[in-house]
Design a protein around this ligand. Structure first.
Ligand SMILES: *[C@@H]1O[C@H](CO)[C@@H](O)[C@H](O)[C@H]1NC(C)=O
Ligand SMILES: *[C@@H]1O[C@H](CO)[C@@H](O)[C@H](O)[C@H]1NC(C)=O
Ligand SMILES: *[C@@H]1O[C@H](CO)[C@@H](O)[C@H](O)[C@H]1NC(C)=O
Ligand SMILES: *[C@@H]1O[C@H](CO)[C@@H](O)[C@H](O)[C@H]1NC(C)=O
Length: 497
């Protein structure tokens, strides 16, 4: 059935009322639609292919002439150079940005049992000091400096070095700063939407939000300086750990159970097939890394190996070779991880993300529940920005979230991205709310992923360029309820996912 609504022709492909949402006389399709069939989500192509689709894994710098290409180390974001302005008759009203933190060391849980080299972070500091706002007593910027005690006989597993594992690296901090600079260049220099740096009014118009994982704050400090060049304090909004919607952290057992079924060999034949197809790859990786074949974390998915290898390559560190376990073993007994091996890991990684976040109806159901609160918060911001006096958000016109791959993946899952990838470092999604100049013409949303208009497999969303805001809000409300009204029930199992 095709219905006309506003500027869009909306296809309703649902199978019952629960699959559609009404808004005025328009119907929005709430059902899951499969992503495009490409090499990324085709297991045969993953196994038999070579290379990684032209994606970049070994540098944060993407040459200008190919900017926009996937770069795991530093994903594309909007820049003045490539930014496509909305037609002149529209003006920007509100912007919400969400992006993954920039590049970091690996997590300690993703280190090989014995790492062949140290990873030090002596060229940077991460600051954890506090300071009272009132009174003359100030704090000195005190930072953590990792060190290994010569007396302490306990040796941590995995990485040795002066970094915290994880921490944003110096290069990742530079990328964070540049990301801020680029956003300011678009929204101030090009569009005159944000105030000038020298105009203190910017402090009332922008808000930054982070998660309890300190790497997001490490990014924020650099990014805000890239935007505003201030060394004065700026608040970072943060929700209580146990209920944070940005990471997300709030309890959602129904979504968790659904996601674990999807990645359980016994419960999901497709997952089992991919693990079987990865067996020869695992054998080579285990031999080179020293990871025991029985290590469940490393063998439940390619995630650990992916993180482990890509973090090295993004920082121009060599791929690892096996370490001798006994005196007399030859150093290369288990061989080295070759580029070809790493590329296979990366191809499997994209297949896994496509499968976990876009592969079935359950992926949408789980993401709508586990990311529903953030979605509802975004919807509330959009509504606030359209309030008659335009100050429904307390004057904030630019809301900036710094998050994780789990946040980005769930959001892209809800938006039903047509070609899912594993969102790399700095990966960005932007929601721009625009209205016809002169008023009376309604509000529209443009959604950009990696600096380009996002294409959804859901026909109600489609190419998300100047989508009537009512369509997007009806879609969000239908999945998560206005004010996240459906989320508690979906999470605790009293409302079907
Ligand atoms: C998957 O890839 C294989 C090998 O490249 C190809 O023969 C097959 O047609 C593809 N399957 C789909 C559904 O596209
Ligand atoms: C990164 O890899 C590509 C393709 O494998 C290669 O052409 C390029 O020289 C490498 N760049 C760096 C900085 O190592
Ligand atoms: C590296 O990979 C190993 C084996 O897969 C894993 O045990 C370890 O936690 C990984 N380390 C990092 C830092 O990713
Ligand atoms: C689940 O959530 C619903 C909706 O908020 C609530 O009414 C119900 O009491 C909850 N059930 C349980 C078992 O917590």
């Amino acid at each position: 059935m095709l219905l006309h609504a506003g500027h869009a022709v909306l296809a309703f492909a649902g199978v019952g009322l629960s699959q559609s949402s009404h808004r005025g006389n328009e119907r929005v399709d709430l059902s899951w639609h499969p992503p495009k069939q490409t090499k990324l989500n085709n297991l045969t192509a993953v196994v038999d292919g070579d290379g990684v689709y032209g994606f970049i894994y070994n540098s944060s710098d993407t040459p200008d002439d190919v900017y926009g290409v996937y770069n795991w180390c530093n994903m594309p974001h909007i820049r003045k150079r490539e930014y496509v302005k909305a037609p002149n008759e529209y003006e920007l009203v509100f912007v919400e940005v969400i992006h993954r933190h920039h590049k970091r060391t690996p997590y300690s849980s993703n280190a090989f049992p014995v790492e062949s080299y140290q990873w030090d972070c002596d060229d940077q500091g991460v600051y954890y000091h506090g300071e009272p706002f009132n009174g003359p007593k100030k704090a000195t910027p005190a930072y953590w400096k990792g060190y290994a005690s010569e007396v302490n006989p306990f040796v941590p597993s995995g990485w040795i070095g002066t970094c915290s594992f994880p921490q944003i690296t110096s290069d990742g901090m530079t990328a964070s700063w540049q990301h801020g600079e680029d956003l300011y260049a678009v929204y101030h220099d090009l569009l005159h939407f944000l105030p000038d740096r020298h105009n203190p009014a910017w402090r009332r118009k922008v808000a930054y939000r982070v998660t309890r994982n300190t790497i997001t704050s490490q990014v924020a400090g650099m990014l805000i300086h890239g935007m505003w060049r201030t060394t004065e304090r700026v608040p970072l909004l943060i929700q209580p750990d146990a209920v944070d919607s940005l990471e997300p952290r709030y309890p959602c057992p129904a979504a968790r159970d659904t996601s674990s079924r999807l990645t359980n060999r016994g419960a999901n034949p497709a997952w089992a097939a991919h693990l079987d197809a990865a067996k020869p790859l695992y054998a080579e990786l285990d031999a080179a890394s020293g990871v025991p074949a029985g290590d469940a974390g490393f063998h439940a998915s390619l995630d650990h190996y992916y993180d482990n290898l890509s973090a090295r390559q993004c920082h121009q560190k060599p791929l690892p070779c096996s370490e001798p376990k006994h005196a007399g073993d030859s150093a290369d007994a288990g061989g080295c991880v070759t580029q070809d091996l790493a590329d296979r890991v990366y191809r499997f990684g994209h297949w896994e993300y496509s499968h976990m976040y876009r592969g079935s109806r359950e992926t949408l159901a789980a993401s709508a529940a586990s990311y529903g609160v953030w979605i509802a918060e975004l919807a509330a911001h959009l509504r606030g920005a359209m309030a008659p006096e335009g100050d429904g958000n307390g004057g904030v016109v630019y809301f900036h979230n710094i998050a994780h791959d789990g946040s980005m993946s769930r959001l892209l899952s809800v938006l039903q991205l047509d070609e899912m990838v594993w969102p790399g470092m700095g990966s960005e999604v932007l929601f721009e709310l625009l209205r016809k100049r002169g008023g009376g013409g309604g509000h529209f949303v443009r959604v950009l992923f990696g600096g380009r208009v996002l294409t959804s497999s859901n026909p109600s969303l489609g190419v998300m360029d100047m989508l009537p805001v009512e369509t997007l809000l009806a879609y969000f409300d239908g999945l998560v309820g206005e004010g996240a009204a459906l989320v508690v029930g979906k999470c605790n199992g009293s409302v079907a996912l």
